[in-house]
Design a protein around this ligand. Structure first.
Ligand SMILES: [Zn+2]
Length: 302
């Protein structure tokens, strides 16, 4: 992924992943995260914004898995999960050229564990939100391939189509919230392995991201597939709403599935970091000021 243009999930989707991840947390840490919900949602895109000021930030959001693969070679044989081993095998220039997403996500996880050990709530929030962003990005299949915008296969625009246009059109209908009495997130005892597993699963999904787009084009007829669409104050050339709809049907729930996996990964990694740090007490949320009528009612009911 050479140029830094894309965000991972579109902006509203990144915020939504964080919001719903809080709902999946177990009671031991949920009150802390809930009390900082607004801050977390407001900062869900900080990692993308940093790309403008921190030159090395861009490469932390993706990994071009296919840049390393020989034909028919299994991914698991290629990537050392340890950064030092990857450095020894590929060298820094190669790693930087193809993105360092999973290694950096794990580095951020370790920072979160240490922030808990230090009992530094501000840092816990900072690393929690950055970790959420990197994990969510790695669940976007187009963040795991060098053909990240279909530029090698004449499918330009597929990035925004998958990660922004589909969530914007269909996200409200996705089943993302935990159901009543559903088991909340579980502890992950090997987060490094989890991050790599999810990255490589995401790469496996990238094949249908491209294939389904071709499939929809093949049956499309003469109507244009792109149109200028008003977004905020600008008009952008994007896929038409009809094409977005047809592509979403062809993907058969893939975007929803990857969003669910992002959310559950975020909450499980937040929870696991706290466990790995030895479950230090988290500051209690401030007690909200009760309105006067509620105080009176409580007093009457005593
Ligand atoms: Zn990103």
């Amino acid at each position: 992924m050479g140029i830094i243009v894309f965000s991972g999930w579109g902006f509203p989707a990144h915020r939504h992943v964080v919001d719903v991840a809080i709902a999946w947390l177990p009671p031991s840490i949920q009150p802390f995260y809930k009390s900082h919900r607004n801050w977390l949602i407001d900062h869900a895109l900080d990692a993308d914004i940093r790309k403008h000021s921190v030159p090395e930030e861009g490469i932390r959001h993706y990994l071009d898995v296919d840049a390393y693969l020989e034909p028919n070679q299994p991914c698991s044989a290629v990537f050392p999960m340890e950064w030092e081993d990857a450095l020894a095998r590929f060298g820094l220039d190669t790693l930087n050229a193809h993105g360092i997403g999973p290694w950096h996500a794990y580095r951020t996880y370790r920072k979160l564990v240490f922030a808990h050990i230090e009992r530094d709530s501000a840092l816990v929030l900072r690393h929690s939100i950055d970790l959420a962003h990197y994990l969510a990005d790695l669940h976007v299949p187009l963040h795991t391939t060098a053909n990240y915008n279909g530029q090698f296969t004449n499918q330009r625009g597929i990035h925004a189509l998958w990660e922004t246009q589909i969530p914007e059109a269909f996200q409200d209908g996705f089943a993302l919230q935990p159901r009543k009495n559903q088991l909340k997130c579980a502890y992950i005892d090997d987060v490094k392995h989890h991050i790599w597993e999810r990255t490589l699963e995401s790469y496996a999904e990238s094949h249908s991201v491209f294939e389904c787009e071709f499939q929809v084009r093949d049956g499309w007829g003469t109507e244009p597939i792109d149109a200028y669409i008003q977004r905020g104050r600008t008009r952008q050339l994007m896929r038409t709403p009809e094409f977005v709809n047809a592509y979403h049907q062809a993907l058969n729930g893939q975007v929803e599935q990857q969003m669910v996996k992002s959310i559950q990964s975020v909450s499980a990694c937040w929870y696991s970091a706290w466990i790995d740090a030895g479950q230090p007490p988290l500051p209690s949320p401030p007690i909200p000021n009760k309105p006067i009528w509620k105080k009176t009612l409580d007093w009457l009911l005593q």
